[in-house]
Design a protein around this ligand. Sequence first.
Ligand code: ACO
Length: 328
Amino acid sequence: MCEPIKVGILGLGKYLPEKILTNKDLEKIVDTTDEWIMSRTGIKERRIARDNEATSDMATEAARRALEAAKLKPEDIDLIIVATITPDMFFPATACLVQEKLGARTVPAFDVSVACSGFIYGIAIAKQFIASGVYKHALVVASEKLSSITDWTDRNTCVLFGDGAGAAVLGPVDRGGILSTYLGADGKQGELIKLPAGGSRIPATKKSIEDKLHFIKMNGSELFKHAVRIMADAALQATKPIGLKAEDINLVIPHQANVRILHAAAKRMGLSTDKIYLNIEKYGNMSAASSAVALVEAVEEGRIKRGDKILLDAFGGGLTWGAIVIEW
Ligand code: ACO
């Protein structure tokens, strides 16, 4: 019998727009303070894409860097998945735009729309194709231009979000790799965070624009409670079936929504907070791109060593969630 194909990450890349919007800048736009934002969320600043910079542009740059790190060329890629809730447009899929910009072959390319869990969903999907021998190399990109769906007059939301992209090239590995994946969703909680208009339910009209229905609407305090429970449970669901306990995990790379959510989730998981990787201070919540960029930076900073077991853990609008254990 053939050995099962082990799947791992061959290369990582990120792209962050140059423009930095600080909490001090936001004090001039809405009724807020640096102190409130920092103490309630852990965010100090976030990146904002240029007007002419779309999600596919950021995705392509992150993908190029991931391919370079993997020492592969665009033509080596057999599958392209882009995780985003801010696609360039409804269709073509942003993944198709990225395929064209990269000069990749006419391989399958599609988007996944599960908000902040998107990078984890993308990796879980790509892993299946590689493990089953259907494809050899997959590109998973998480890219978001949340500034384009943010209401810059709403202090409840505008202080939280930022723009950016992270990418991973997946392929067969000799040892370690992705040890387990766990995904879930609960549509009953879909009202907690959504973009109400622009789809078939409420197509764009003068009224939908006047009513600001093309911006993120969020019930922050309810989401907070769900997020803590969901992240702790997802961690358990990904680790328990493979016989791992919290103490076996070297580093958790979580979705960066709020530092208080992450500390509360760590406590519930029985993990010390120093095992939770944080970069929310610099970027805010970039939805699907958050956990991707966090993974890239954890590696860049030498926080992940060969043989380490890391846990990717995210929740997002939908609600959706997912967790992945990788042996590095
Ligand atoms: N500056 C100053 N005051 C503010 C601000 C602000 N930017 N935003 C809200 N407030 C006020 C509120 O109006 C409220 O005032 P009131 O008591 O007079 O009504 C007060 O601060 C407290 O508001 P809460 O909402 O109770 O504050 P909370 O401690 O819950 O923090 C926050 C709010 C940061 C949004 C928190 O609930 C949170 O992070 N929730 C989770 C959000 C999240 O995870 N979102 C994304 C998930 S899915 C995805 O990422 C796509």
